[in-house]
Design a protein around this ligand. Structure first.
Ligand code: ADP
Ligand code: SF4
Length: 693
């Protein structure tokens, strides 16, 4: 199918100062949990974006000086010349298919606890470090000499960025993370000198740094300012102030990159933020400046992108998560391969990789951050090995990804699903409040396989172990998922608690199957700590129940700190009238009440209720696997039999799709024995490093 001519505008080049972007697809800076620790993994991840057709590609936050670093988060460093080679390799990869290479430079100020460098943090106005983790560290207020020093450190970073081969430099002043925002905001700038007070004064440092940038790079590099769209609070750098600032300094950068005041607001999940959620804050800014404007909005629909450009809201379509979920999004639009676009589902599992200092992964793009480590590619499959056919049992996220990847490799794929619906858990969870976008996990994969002649899908086909042996596939994967437990067993209770059979007890599976708790008052016990508990609380309230949310944690849904949702979830539950019981857990379930124990003191209280919902843990559905394994499957010609995904070890959907991919990648691969399953880099030793002075 040729490209829709309405989308042509996305492929018109546009100048950014001294550089020209080949199209309007602009990968804004985004973290990846790899940073300085995994340089080659990050390089190859960025290279796939270049291959996928992005016009502009940025690094993640790159810290310019050790007096400001945000350990434990793993970003990039440009502290000394030694850091240049890794970043040069990054720039080379970004430019490999004609994209402009950008580096985002950051000085975190009041946001950098310096846990690694041990330097005293410097801030526009001193005070406690404003991190997620309330580090017990304060920053010192910068004096004039410090400001001169900081300008010099920026100049050093500009020189190094140019030496590394970048085309654009982005100065970070959004999300509350960059010192440029701290200067601009009256919340973080209490200065009474020429750098504080009026907006003109608060913008002084930014103007000086941009001047320094142009001078240091001889005007050869383009300048992007990543500005906060709106900082909340009485003293925050508001949207109105931003507009005043841009009206005053419309020509300052070569491009305005507009992002929300906090990361939580900017990168909201699809549960809470629709596509294009920042449009109201951006609209009209384009008219205040002759320079192009880029903004984000989890854009995956080319129609929505075109509308942003045609209506004069944006010049470039900024994307972090859509570029992670599908690094080939621009190329697919360019070639009119719309049905091949792997849309981001807005789950923020990618963000959790940064937040947990693991390495990022993506629910949709199973190759993300595995491009170098495992040689996986977002779209290309390695050729088929010696064997020919595979059977996958269960069409949840695991089975669907396993089937798609095996089919792309060229195997003859049979996928058998017990029910009439494909998607497994996502087929059910997509019907829950706020989770409809999660259905894309199933839709993308079923859509891709629908046109593949080597895939046969059997619905309504609950297989037995004997069926499996009779089907004659070379390789078998059992992806039969998991079921929520009906007892309280999870993290706090490692064994079931006394439960009176007269109390109605439900699981998330029950509620997703449409069962409604008998009675009005429901006690929901959440020892899962991710999204399910709060989503079901919303569902129950919508159905007219009065809900008590009980958790042994000190906050609701505590793991969702890692997906930037926890504050929003808490606010939502309070707003809809859910009664929250923190640091509590049921110790016994009676016929008409729960006995709640305080996790700190053990003090017990009674909570009358008519039904209980346990959101605790899941039991793998591994019976079929064990039954098949007990038979003589090798005799039946099966070469390998594996249990994968939630059926092996329940986890988030991203773990399931990953498991499907890993199985398909491993087909006909030689046994690696004890060798590591992925490549990694280790720190090179300095000569003589072992000698103490
Ligand atoms: P995962 O997240 O690992 O993909 P899910 O629970 O989402 O797990 O999906 C498992 C799928 O397996 C469900 O759609 C379920 O209906 C299917 N299934 C379970 N047992 C069988 C079986 N014996 N034969 C075929 N399909 C099965
Ligand atoms: Fe989108 Fe989720 Fe992938 Fe992040 S992990 S890019 S939010 S699908």
């Amino acid at each position: 199918m040729p490209r829709d001519p309405r989308h042509d505008i996305l492929f018109t080049p546009l100048q950014i100062g001294p550089k020209t972007a080949k199209n309007r697809f602009y990968q804004v800076p985004h973290c990846n949990g790899g940073g300085y620790r995994d340089p080659s993994a990050v390089v190859e991840m960025r290279r796939t974006k270049a291959e996928g057709g992005w016009g502009v590609i940025f690094t993640e936050q790159t810290e310019i000086h050790p007096t400001s670093e945000i350990t434990p988060f793993i970003e990039q460093h440009l502290w000394e010349d030694k850091d240049i080679p890794a970043l040069a390799r990054m720039a080379e990869a970004m430019k490999s298919h004609g994209a402009l290479a950008g580096i985002q430079l950051a000085y975190s100020g009041i946001n950098g606890p310096n846990l690694y460098s041990r330097e005293v943090p410097l801030a526009v106005t001193g005070g406690p470090i404003l991190t997620f983790t309330s580090d017990p560290v304060q920053a010192r207020t910068m004096d004039k000499q410090d400001i001169r020093d900081l300008r010099r450190w920026f100049r050093n970073a500009f020189r190094r960025s140019q030496q590394a081969g970048f085309d654009l430099i982005c100065l970070y002043g959004a999300h509350g993370f960059g010192i440029l925002q701290h200067f601009l905001s009256r919340a973080t700038n209490h200065r009474t000198d020429e750098y504080g007070g009026s907006l003109e004064n608060r913008g002084r440092f930014l103007r000086e740094v941009v001047e320094d940038l142009r001078e240091t790079t001889r005007g050869e590099l383009a300048v992007s300012l990543r500005m906060s769209l709106h900082e909340a609070g009485a003293y925050g750098f508001s949207n109105a102030e931003l507009r005043d600032f841009i009206a005053m300094h419309g020509e300052l950068p070569d491009i305005w990159d507009l992002a929300h005041g906090t990361w939580e607001n900017c990168s909201g999940t699809s549960r809470f933020k629709p596509e294009g959620a920042q449009e109201d804050l951006v609209r009209g800014i384009r008219e205040l400046t002759p320079k192009p404007v880029v903004g984000v909005g989890r854009f995956t629909s080319p129609d929505a992108m075109v509308r942003q450009i045609r209506s004069g809201v944006l010049d470039f379509i900024g994307a972090a998560r859509p570029s992670i979920a599908d690094p080939f999004l621009p190329l697919k639009v360019e070639e009119g391969r719309y049905e091949d676009i792997r849309e981001c589902i807005g789950c923020n599992i990618c963000v959790s990789g940064d937040m947990t200092q693991g390495i990022s992964r993506c629910t949709q793009n199973t190759a993300f951050m595995e491009e170098w480590r495992k040689g996986w590619h977002p779209d290309r499959a390695r050729p088929r090995g010696a064997s020919e056919s595979v059977l996958i049992v269960g069409a949840g996220p695991t089975g669907l990804e396993a089937a798609l990847q095996a089919a792309k490799r060229g195997y003859k794929v049979t996928l058998a699903e017990a029910t009439t619906t494909l998607g497994g858990r996502v087929a059910k969870e997509r019907a829950l409040p706020g989770l409809s976008a999660w259905g894309r996990v199933a839709d993308f994969r079923t859509g891709q396989m629908a046109v593949m002649p080597n895939v046969e899908i059997y619905r309504d086909s609950p297989l037995t172990a004997e069926d499996i042996l009779a089907m004659g596939a070379d390789h078998v994967a059992i992806a039969t998922g998991a079921s929520w437990r009906r007892d309280a067993v999870a993290r706090l209770h490692l064994h079931p608690i006394p439960t009176d059979p007269a109390m109605a007890v439900y699981t998330p599976d029950d509620l997703m199957a449409g069962l409604a708790p008998s009675g009005q008052t429901v006690a929901l016990y959440d020892d899962d700590h991710f999204y399910m508990g709060s989503v079901l609380a919303e569902l129950l309230v919508a159905r007219g129940n009065r809900v008590h949310f009980i958790t042994p944690a000190v906050k609701v849904a505590e793991w969702t700190d890692n997906t930037l949702e926890q504050g929003t979830i808490m606010r939502r539950l309070l707003e809809i009238g859910v009664e929250i019981h923190l640091s509590k857990a049921p110790e016994a379930i009676g016929a008409t009440e729960l006995t709640l124990g305080c996790t700190w003191t053990g003090r017990q209280t009674a909570l009358p209720c008519e039904a209980v919902v346990h959101v605790t843990s899941r039991s793998p559905n591994d019976g079929l696997f064990h039954a098949a394994r007990a038979l003589d499957w090798r005799e039946a010609g099966i070469r390998s039999l594996h249990l994968i995904g939630d059926a092996a070890a329940p986890g988030p959907i991203a773990w399931a799709t990953y498991a499907g991919r890993a199985w398909a990648e491993g087909l006909d691969q030689p046994d690696r024995g004890d060798a590591l399953a992925f490549r990694r880099e280790i720190t090179a030793l300095e000569p003589g490093a072992s000698l103490l002075p």
